[in-house]
Design a protein around this ligand. Structure first.
Ligand SMILES: [Cu+2]
Length: 350
């Protein structure tokens, strides 16, 4: 079946941590509406942009099989939707089920423009796990008291890292707050500033006494690498006869990506330098024409296809850091043939 959704992107005042600011929302909701569809359904989402920002929406984790134009990252698969304009995302969900995420994919609009995508299995087919008594979507986010676009614009201009958030949120709420700041801590073992104020939410089971006090567990240390590693190492994909985990055994391209931070010269910046992100020492330069558009219409000069498959200079990736932090700027792509399989290490996509 075809599922129709209308996403009106509008401003809405929101009060959190004792201060109010206008935020960009979908249909005035924060978090945004949950998109529900069934495997094999076609989803049509009409996005109407009523705000002053250019914007696009990414359907995070949806396999866009021959519908690359509907994927959503601005300047990658489409030009952003301009103020007063609209765009209809049209894609079919094939071979996947579970809960995913949609979010704005330009600048920092995703901080408030995001929501869940619930994909039900085909009719009559159960989830690959015991039927739960109740399902609840939980969305984790971050909240800045100041305007998020101003935060990222200031960081880009000055070259220093953007301000960390004021709170983490669970379904849009920071939870119990003390002195209008909020209460524990995400994992971080790198010397990078993060918001280590943790959000708290309680799940109340019906039939239990509300008067019983909740005892909070003591979380591991912020830099408990061993705890975090054993947790992530324990994650396995579901593998059953109905839902086999088909790991490709034949690899056409073997990629090894290192993701890091670099420092590049910047004459107009605060310290004469700019903090940048990089993959294999390449810092992405946003093109003026969407990459997919440039590829389909054979427009040259938009990107080069020399993205390195390996780090240009090998170093001890978990040990002593290199002394030269300078990266190479470029709009570089790695070109794969249709149906090629890749073996990737350390790959993260957004
Ligand atoms: Cu995404």
């Amino acid at each position: 079946m075809v599922r129709h959704y209308k996403f009106n992107v509008v401003m809405k005042n929101s009060t959190k941590l004792c201060s109010t600011k206008p935020i960009v929302t979908v249909n005035g909701q924060f978090p945004g509406p949950t998109l529900v569809a069934r495997e094999d359904d076609t989803v049509l989402v009409k996005v109407v942009n009523h705000v002053k920002y250019n914007l696009s929406i990414h359907w995070h984790g949806i396999r866009q099989l021959r519908t690359g134009w509907a994927d959503g990252p601005a300047y990658i698969t489409q030009c952003p939707i301009q103020p007063g304009q609209n765009f209809v995302y049209n894609f079919t969900i094939t071979g996947q089920r579970g809960t995913l995420l949609w979010h704005a994919h330009i600048l920092w609009l995703r901080a408030t423009v995001h929501g869940a995508i619930v994909i039900l299995p085909k009719r009559g087919v159960p989830y690959p796990f015991p039927t739960p008594h109740k399902e609840k979507v939980i969305l984790l986010g971050e909240w800045w008291k100041s305007d998020v676009e101003a935060v990222i614009n200031e960081a880009t201009k000055s070259g220093v890292a953007p301000n960390v958030s004021d709170a983490h949120t669970i379904n849009g709420h920071p939870g119990p707050v003390s002195a209008c700041s909020s209460l524990a801590s995400p994992f971080m073992d790198a010397p990078i500033a993060v918001d280590n104020v943790t959000a708290t939410a309680t799940l109340h089971y019906s039939g239990t006494l509300a008067s019983i006090t909740t005892t909070l567990t003591v979380p591991p240390a912020k830099n408990a690498t061993a705890v975090a590693t054993s947790f992530t190492n324990a994650l396995r994909s579901l593998n059953s006869i109905k839902y086999p985990a088909r790991v490709p055994l034949k690899i056409d391209h073997s990629l090894f990506f290192t993701i890091g931070l670099g420092i590049n010269p910047c004459a107009t910046c605060k310290n004469g330098s700019r903090v940048v992100a990089d993959i294999n020492n390449v810092t992405f330069v946003m093109p003026k024409i969407a990459l997919l558009q440039a590829h389909v219409f054979n427009i040259s000069g938009v990107f080069t296809d020399d993205f390195p498959a390996n780090p240009p200079t090998p170093f001890n990736y978990t040990g002593t850091q290199p002394t030269n932090f300078q990266t190479e700027n470029g709009t570089k792509l790695y070109r794969l043939g249709y149906n090629n399989t890749t073996g990737e290490e350390n790959c993260r996509s957004d």
